[in-house]
Design a protein around this ligand. Structure first.
Ligand code: URA
Length: 209
């Protein structure tokens, strides 16, 4: 699929298997999500442009590579996005953060926005939107609409699991936004859950039901 990268590193796949297991504890689930976020962050930032800057080591002056351009923005779709966000911030602590509050109306499966807070100058920054589950893609699509309305013009989307239906809908709505995921699962069930999936990511992270 165009514009979709499945990051199938063995460490990610192994950790994902443990996360899928319904016997995995809340603490284990949270820790693994953070660890996988590190590995996915490494991939999603792989092609960032570098520039050479002058520094002094204890031994001599040198020109050394540093990431070029404005600070990255990580945009977390609440609430499950925060699980990935934590791991991303471990690797890029200076990133700016946007929070986008969306919940799925369980009857219509449509996204309802209840919160939006983002850095004011989104233009020309790389924005990495994070949400563990790309299911119907309703929330992800709406979140990216909102970011584009605020001037965002360089966006990537990072999730843990995707459904083929969600990927199709998302890439049709936002063909300019590359998707990174650890797996594309079989299908969505009639309640909009990814099959075989891992259940409700937010509930498994926070122990709610
Ligand atoms: N959101 C989840 O947390 N799980 C799914 O399977 C689909 C959407």
């Amino acid at each position: 699929m165009n514009n979709v990268t499945v990051v199938d590193h063995p460490l990610i796949q192994h950790k994902l298997t443990i996360m899928r297991n319904k016997e995995t504890s809340i603490a284990g689930f949270r820790r693994l999500l953070r660890e996988i976020a590190h590995l996915l962050c490494y991939e999603v930032t792989r092609d960032l442009e570098l520039e050479m800057i002058p520094i002094e080591t204890p031994m001599s002056e040198m020109m050394a590579p540093a990431i070029k351009g404005k600070k990255l923005v990580f945009a977390s779709i609440l609430r499950a996005g925060n699980g990935l966000l934590e791991g991303m911030l471990d690797l890029v602590p200076a990133a700016r953060v946007a929070h986008i509050g969306m919940y799925r109306d369980h009857a219509t499966l449509e996204p309802v926005e209840y919160y939006f807070k983002a850095p004011s100058n989104l233009q020309d920054r790389l924005i990495i939107v994070v949400d563990p589950m790309l299911a119907t893609a309703n929330s992800a699509t709406a979140a990216i609409d909102k970011l584009k309305e605020r001037g965002a013009n360089n966006i990537r989307f990072l999730c843990l699991l995707a459904a083929p239906e969600g990927v199709a809908r998302f890439t049709e709505a936002h063909p300019d936004v590359p998707v990174f995921t650890a797996s594309i699962d079989s299908h969505l069930n009639e309640l909009g859950y990814i099959m075989p999936g891992l259940g409700d990511a937010g509930d498994r992270m926070y122990g709610t039901k």
